[in-house]
Design a protein around this ligand. Structure first.
Ligand code: IVH
Length: 722
């Protein structure tokens, strides 16, 4: 199959859009303007090939001739000199700044609609301009408004010759070298593409990639980003394109700029054509009828906002018919044929009233900002996490900066972020609004709940209470964890009831729960909020759980570093609870056969193994023995029949948003079937399970020829053991 890139290589003149070599004096003003535009692009591309790519495509003599012609035309028409004139340019990116690019077709922005009434007014304005009655059908295309930064990609003779940021809409910056590093942006197009095609769209970063990037940056002591949009912008505007290459950027195409021929007669078909040319196009784009249709689509998209895996800040409505679009035209900076219906903002500013410390079940001291209530993402928020001591200080453990070093204080005006189900967090501080007498926050040196010393081990970002079982906060949190979903999951015994029972002195450790009926059976029904029936139901639910799966028991103990997957691994390996206990009891130190057996389990490292050992010693062992003595049975784990499992020894990667299971569940089940679950795709990957919005990992897998299946297929295979 021939493709344009091959054709382009054969013909280094790069573009078929040749311009007449008329003597400069004979050019009309329009011709001169046009030729200066073409020269700007052609010379910018040549500079990039020479300086950045290191592979010049243009002969030196030809380059000099074009540059001279550019100067000659500029001398004859000084008014037409472009802001991105090649005459003013020394070299290309790499020379310290981005070259400027004049957009041949202006990059417009969008008018906003905030309410349903605004949307109806938009529809009425469109109709009145076109002379359409309210009852006449009018189709719009509704698209999510991606919260990233817009980019214009110019393809000539099917090759990407220039990528430019929006800038002020008239003049942007040349980021061609960087755009070529983004997997969603094709470097070449199929031959069927028009000779000249400018594709516009949004560069963005997924939530998952953003979190990973920030963790990586922090680990290296480098700058972290406040949100995915800043991360995308910072990653695209890198003078060294190799840095862009290392950042997980994505691109959705949604519009056209200058084109030599229209792709279709409607916006929806044009965008579909773009998909067939190799661009990523958003799956949620839908046509809809009139104002009611737009509003209905807005509500649907709003409901799915939290599960998309990337930020959107609105829904864009565009008149679908391109002929109608051109009849409607544009105002100075916005088209009449489109509007952006804003979704509630996911960040907001408010003040910190206080900083409080919560103590978790492992003793971790977590700072929480108590806020003046504010609406974020449509929800009232009055608390936000501050993560840990370093986060408050604005410094990461290894000397890097968070928020450029701005610390967080009580009284500060802060920017709060909340998206989907995430716990609200404090993103940034408005230092200019800091009260005069504020002081840096002093992280406590003792546990606020039990006064035991709070210590921070070297290399750890978390400060911990050393009170152990004696700390009431730790005790309550452990009990809450013990009854939670993946653990004993006792119906009717949630966090609220645990707190009550603890306060009344009825339960202090897990075994007490199973002796509750014996000791307090008659009292509960008389307590406020309880009746005979609800008390009886609770005792019945507790009774049911006296028979518990080995893996749930381990998870319920709340051993540090041991989550559901590690619990499943331990249970799967030892099979019987007694075998695990016997094996640990036979360990005298952290060496020898039994220790090697424990740390030899794939997925159990030294740190985890040490925690497991600690949980089976001293005070926690006493509590565990007592618990086991009040249970009826710890049910043996089914050892994965690793030899016959089709997933035995296979490396599986999950990517994108899974809809029918959590990541945790997927991992646990895969591991129980003998698979290894990895976070990144490599030549050693056997299978990729791609959920909604899967991006770079799935693409990498496709490049490496790794099998990719969707979530349904995965579930079908794991259920049938194939
Ligand atoms: S269309 C003439 N469609 O929103 C129409 N823009 O406020 C030009 N954006 O600068 C834009 N998603 O960066 C369009 N589906 C979408 C979009 C979108 C995000 C951004 C774009 C633009 C800004 C306008």
């Amino acid at each position: 199959m021939s493709n344009c890139f091959v054709r382009q290589c054969k013909s280094p003149s790069m573009t078929n859009l040749s311009y007449p070599e008329k003597p400069v004096r004979q050019l009309s003003e329009a011709e001169a303007r046009n030729e200066l535009g073409e020269l700007a692009i052609r010379l910018a591309r040549a500079d990039y090939d020479y300086h950045t790519r290191g592979e010049p495509d243009l002969e030196d003599a030809e380059y000099d001739r074009l540059k001279q012609r550019n100067r000659d035309i500029e001398a004859a028409w000084p008014r037409l000199k472009r802001p991105d004139s090649p005459s003013d340019r020394v070299g290309a990116p790499g020379s310290g700044a981005f070259a400027k690019v004049v957009h041949r077709v202006r990059m417009l922005s969008l008018d906003n609609a905030f309410t349903e009434e605004d949307v109806r007014n938009f529809d009425s304005r469109v109709r009145s301009h076109l002379g359409l009655a309210d009852a006449q059908p009018l189709t719009y295309l509704a698209e999510p408004k991606i919260d990233g930064l817009s980019l214009s990609l110019r393809y000539e003779a099917c090759a990407l010759v220039q990528a430019a940021t929006r800038g002020d809409g008239e003049v942007g910056e040349d980021v061609t070298a960087n755009a070529l590093m983004i997997a969603d942006i094709p470097a070449t197009l199929p031959e069927s593409a028009p000779q000249l095609l400018e594709v516009r769209g949004e560069v963005y970063m997924s939530h998952e990639d953003f979190e990973e990037l920030n963790a990586r940056q922090q680990a290296r002591g480098e700058k972290t980003f406040a949100n995915p949009r800043n991360a995308a912008a910072g990653s695209l505007r890198q003078l060294d394109a190799r840095i862009t290459a290392s950042r997980p950027l994505r691109f959705f195409a949604y519009a056209l700029g200058e084109v030599s021929e229209q792709l279709a007669d409607s916006q929806s078909r044009a965008v579909r054509e773009l998909r067939s040319h190799g661009f990523a196009v958003n799956d949620l784009n839908r046509t809809c009828m009139g104002a009611d249709g737009m509003i209905e689509r807005y509500r649907e998209i709003e409901l799915r906002r939290g599960e998309l895996g990337y930020d959107i800040d609105g829904v864009v409505y565009k008149v679908d018919d391109l002929a109608l679009q051109s009849r409607l035209g544009a105002r100075s900076t916005t088209p009449r044929w489109a509007t952006a219906h804003k979704l509630p903002s996911e960040t907001a500013f408010t003040r910190i009233r206080d900083i409080e410390i919560q103590v978790g079940r492992t003793g971790a001291l977590s700072p929480v900002a108590r806020l003046e209530p504010v609406t974020v993402g449509g929800v009232r928020v009055s608390n936000a996490t501050l993560h840990n001591e370093d986060y408050i200080k604005g410094r990461s453990g290894d000397g890097g900066l968070i928020r450029e070093g701005r610390d967080i204080r009580v009284g500060d005006r802060v920017e709060v972020y909340r998206a989907g189900d995430v716990i609200p967090k404090v993103l940034d501080v408005d230092i200019s609004a800091r009260p005069e007498k504020s002081a840096p926050y002093a992280f406590p040196e003792t546990c606020p709940e039990c006064d035991s010393p709070a210590v921070r081990e070297e290399g750890d970002s978390v400060t911990r209470c050393t009170g152990g079982m004696g700390c009431p906060a730790q005790a309550v949190e452990r009990l809450k964890h013990f009854v939670s979903r993946g653990a004993f999951d006792i119906e009717g015994l949630g966090a609220k009831q645990v707190e009550q029972f603890y306060e009344w002195g009825w339960i202090e450790e897990p075994a007490d729960i199973f002796e509750l009926e014996k000791g307090r059976g008659n009292e509960l029904a008389d307590k406020f909020g309880w009746r005979e029936k609800s008390a009886a139901n609770l005792f019945a639910a507790i009774q049911v759980r006296k028979r518990i799966a080995f893996q749930r028991l381990i998870f319920a103990l709340g051993i540090r570093h041991v989550g559901e997957s590690a619990s499943a691994l331990l249970a799967g390996h030892y099979g019987k609870f007694e075998s695990l206990v016997a094996s640990i009891d036979a360990m005298e130190s952290m060496e020898g056969e039994k220790w090697d057996e424990l740390t030899g389990i794939d997925g159990i490292g030294d740190v985890m193994a040490r925690s497991v050992l600690e949980a089976f010693r001293g005070e926690s062992r006493r509590a565990l023995d007592r618990l086991v003595s009040v249970l009826d049975e710890v049910v043996d784990a089914e050892r994965p029949d690793v030899a016959s499992s089709p997933f035995a020894g296979k490396t599986v990667v999950f990517t994108g948003t899974l809809e029918r299971m959590t990541r945790k569940e997927a991992k646990t089940r895969a591991e129980a079937a003998g698979a290894r679950v990895s976070g990144s795709v490599s030549v050693r990957t056997d299978l990729v399970v791609a959920g909604a919005g899967a991006g770079s990992k799935a693409r990498k897998a496709a490049t490496l020829g790794v099998e990719i299946i969707d979530e349904d297929e995965w579930l079908a295979r794991i259920d049938s053991g194939n």
